[in-house]
Write a protein of this length. Structure first.
Length: 281
C-alpha cells in the first residue's frame, strides 16, 4: 500500500482513522497518550522504596535519574549516555506499573516501558531545536506508526504473554518502537518495515516467566533491554536501503508458530524458567 500510494505508514494509518473521527480528535487523543506517558516517566523517576508483592525489589529509576542529572550538569557524560537515559525512562515506567500506578498499555502493561522510553529518547536526543508543535506532530506520527505495527501482530499472531510468551509483549513493543522511531527519523516505508522486523526477529522465543507471578523480575529490566534494542534496530534499518531477507510478515508468522510450540511453563504461568530457579525470599 505504501508503494502504491507513496504515503508513509503514519499517513496511511491517519487516513484510516479519519473514517471514524476527525483529525483534531485523533491528534488530541494521541497527544493525551503522550502526555500520560510523560507524567508516568516523571513519576517513576522520583519513586522511592521497595515494590509491593513480597519480592523486595528496590526501585532503581530515581537513583539512576539523579546520577544522570548530576552527570549532565557537570558535563561528565560519555558517548553511551543516551543508553543510560533510555534505561532510566524504561525502568521508571516499568516500576510504576509494578507499583500499580497509571501507565499506558503499549501493547501490554508488562511491556509498557518500551514505547515511552524510545519516545523520550527521540524527544531528548533527536528532536533538536524543534518547537513544541513540531515535536507534538512527530509524537503523533510515532504513535500512529507504532499502532499500525501492533495491529499486524494482533491480527496475525498475538499480543498475549499467556498465549505466545513474552515475545508477544516485550517483543511486539520492541518491534513497534523500532518501526515508529524509524518513521520519525525520516525512514522510508521499507526501512520502517525492516526495523519492525529486526525488533521482533531477535525476540523470537522470548519466554514469560515472572518470578512470583509479579511483573518485576525479569520484566522491569527486560523493558530497558528491549528499548535499547529498538533504537539499535532502527539504526540498522536506517543505515540500509530497506532490502532484507526476512520480511515482517515472515517474522510474525514465525512468532505465532513459536508461541504455539512453546511449553505452557513459559507462558506467564510462573512454572518454569526464572520463576522456578530464583529463590523468592
Amino acid at each position: 500500500m505504501g508503494a502504491e500510494s507513496g504515503l508513509s505508514v503514519s499517513e496511511m494509518t491517519l487516513r484510516n482513522e479519519l473514517c471514524w473521527r476527525s483529525r483534531e480528535e485523533i491528534f488530541a487523543g494521541l497527544l493525551r497518550v503522550w502526555e500520560v506517558m510523560q507524567a508516568c516517566v516523571q513519576s517513576g523517576c522520583h519513586g522511592q522504596g521497595v515494590l509491593p508483592g513480597g519480592l523486595n525489589v528496590r526501585r532503581r529509576a530515581a537513583e539512576l535519574y539523579r546520577r544522570l542529572e548530576e552527570r549532565a550538569r557537570s558535563d561528565a557524560g560519555d558517548g553511551l549516555s543516551p543508553l543510560d537515559w533510555i534505561d532510566v525512562f524504561a525502568l521508571a515506567v516499568s516500576e510504576e506499573n509494578a507499583a500499580g500506578r497509571r501507565v499506558v498499555t503499549a501493547p501490554t502493561n508488562g511491556a509498557a516501558g518500551i514505547i515511552p522510553a524510545v519516545m523520550h529518547y527521540y524527544h531528548r536526543f533527536c528532536a533538536g531545536a524543534a518547537d513544541e508543535q513540531k515535536v507534538n506532530e512527530q509524537m503523533v506520527r510515532f504513535l500512529l506508526t507504532a499502532g499500525a505495527i501492533a495491529m499486524l501482530f494482533k491480527e496475525k499472531a498475538s499480543l498475549s504473554g499467556a498465549e505466545v510468551g513474552c515475545q508477544g509483549e516485550v517483543g511486539v513493543a520492541c518491534s513497534m518502537a523500532a518501526g515508529a522511531l524509524t518513521e520519525v527519523l525520516g525512514g522510508t516505508v521499507a526501512q520502517v518495515e525492516q526495523a519492525a522486523e529486526i525488533g521482533m526477529e531477535h525476540n523470537l522465543g522470548l519466554t514469560c516467566d515472572p518470578v512470583g507471578g509479579l511483573v518485576q523480575v525479569p520484566c522491569i529490566e527486560r523493558n530497558a533491554m528491549a528499548s535499547v534494542a529498538a533504537v539499535n534496530a532502527s539504526r540498522l534499518a536506517l543505515n540500509s536501503d530497506g532490502r532484507h531477507r526476512v520480511s515482517l510478515d515472515n517474522v510474525i508468522a514465525t512468532m505465532r508458530e513459536t508461541g504455539a510450540d512453546m511449553s505452557h511453563k513459559y507462558k506467564e504461568t510462573s512454572r518454569g524458567g526464572l520463576a522456578l530457579n530464583v529463590v523468592q525470599c
